[in-house]
Each structure stands twice: as C-alpha cells, then as structure tokens.
Design a protein around this ligand. Sequence first.
Ligand SMILES: NC(=O)c1ccc[n+]([C@@H]2O[C@H](COP(=O)([O-])OP(=O)(O)OC[C@H]3O[C@@H](n4cnc5c(N)ncnc54)[C@H](OP(=O)(O)O)[C@@H]3O)[C@@H](O)[C@H]2O)c1
Length: 237
Amino acid sequence: MNIAIVGGTGTVGAEAARELAARGHTVRVLSRHAPEYPVDLTTGEGLERALAGIDVVIDAASGGKKVLVAGTERLLRAEAAAGVKHHVGVSIVGIDRVGGPYYKLKLAQEAAIRAGGVPWTIVRATQFHTLIAQVFAKSAKLGVVPALGAPLQPVDPREVGRVLADTAEGEPALGLVAFAGPEVVSARELARRWRAAVGSRAVPVRLPASRALRAGGLTDATAPRGTVTFDQWLSAA
Ligand SMILES: NC(=O)c1ccc[n+]([C@@H]2O[C@H](COP(=O)([O-])OP(=O)(O)OC[C@H]3O[C@@H](n4cnc5c(N)ncnc54)[C@H](OP(=O)(O)O)[C@@H]3O)[C@@H](O)[C@H]2O)c1
C-alpha cells in the first residue's frame, strides 16, 4: 500500500513509519520539516503533491487549533480530492471524560474526522512513556517533579506505532479503537520511578487532580494493552 504519515517525523508518527516500511509498504513522511514531502497543515502547502497516489493517510501531527482542527479539515479535503481510501487519526483515551483545552481540541479534531467525507478510524491511545518522561525532565530542571494525584496508564509509543500500522492495513472502522499501556499506575508512583531511574533529586510536588482524573478518566481497563511498562521503557531509553 502507499501510505502517507502526516507528522511522520514526530514521536509516534516516526514509529508508525518505521513499522510500515519494515512491512514492505511505500511510506511517505509528511511534515513541515520532512525532506521529501514538506507539508504545512496550517496552509495546505505541499499536500496535493504529497497525497497523489496515496491509499491511506495516518495523521500523527500535533499542535494547536490551527493544526488539529482547521489543519485536519484541510487535510481531509485534500485527501478527498486525491481519492484517499482511509484516514487514520490519533487521539487520546478519555478525552470525553476529562476536560481541558487540549482535550477539547482533540474532540473537535475527532468530529472533523467523522464529518470529513473520507472513510476513517480513530486510534485513541493513553499517554506515551516519552511524554511522561519529558514532563518530569522539564520540571526537574526547575528542581521539582509534578506528582499528580491520579492514575495513568502510560504506553510505549513504539507499540502504538504498531497499532497504527495494523489499523492502516485494515479496513476503515468508522469508529474508535483504543490502546493502552500494560499497567495502571498513580502519577505519583511514576514520578518516584522516574526520579529513581534517572537519579534525579528534584522534589516531588503533589498536584491535586480533578474528580474525573482521580476516577481514572485517562485510563481504559478494557482496551487492548501494550507490554512495555514505564520502568522497562526507562531502563531501555
Ligand atoms: N504524546 C502523547 O502522550 C499522546 C498520547 C495519545 C495520543 N497522542 C496524539 O498523537 C499525535 C502525535 O503526537 P506526538 O506526541 O507523536 O507528536 P510530536 O512528537 O509532537 O510530533 C508532532 C508532529 O507533527 C508535525 N507537525 C507539527 N505542525 C505541523 C504542521 N503545521 N503541518 C504538518 N506537520 C506538522 C511535526 O513535524 P514538523 O515540526 O516537521 O512539522 C511532527 O512530525 C497527536 O495527535 C497527539 O494528540 C499523543
């Protein structure tokens, strides 16, 4: 298959690109800084050329409203014009249970995909191990580590990349597919594990969480699970 991955230079997009190329597909990596297929979702620049002859698009781009909502609408119009048969979106477990500006944008992006006129599947994943580690590392530079009072279920982005590859190879589900990490762990425990793994002396700071977060709003007990725990990922990183 000819598969285009928008955001194919990003964390999960790059994993999906690697996986699909290894499975023998023709993969085009699209992003603002992609060397062969530079595209900008906020303007539509490059999309017509990049989507010519493409069967499936995975949209793993990230950004603000201009990328996630207007950019997705623009991308879907370009896909429809190019005759793309399947649009695979990447979203987040629990965005309809937990509020917040970014999750509202992700819900609007999902609505744009449903209304976009291209057969679609949305893969909702939990937080990537990379994201959790980045958040801890960034705040540790200021001497603290956020210790949120809520459970999370972090997942290895490489395993999410494989799920995106499976999804791209399958038929459009016209629905949601969820994928979560192997264990539900409190964010405080994740902070403790991260500090131990990297030898950080940053001070954990307890952060209160909303009721929805405390109730496990970002976790999914019934979704298929990856196998790589946060600890295993940390020791391999
Ligand atoms: N991070 C998580 O824990 C997590 C969990 C579940 C779901 N998700 C979802 O997964 C998706 C990917 O997240 P990620 O963390 O892998 O992203 P990321 O590492 O931040 O990568 C973002 C990608 O988007 C591209 N991009 C940004 N602006 C663009 C534009 N205007 N036009 C075209 N491409 C653009 C970037 O490349 P250039 O800079 O070269 O343009 C890059 O390839 C997002 O939809 C996110 O909501 C993330």
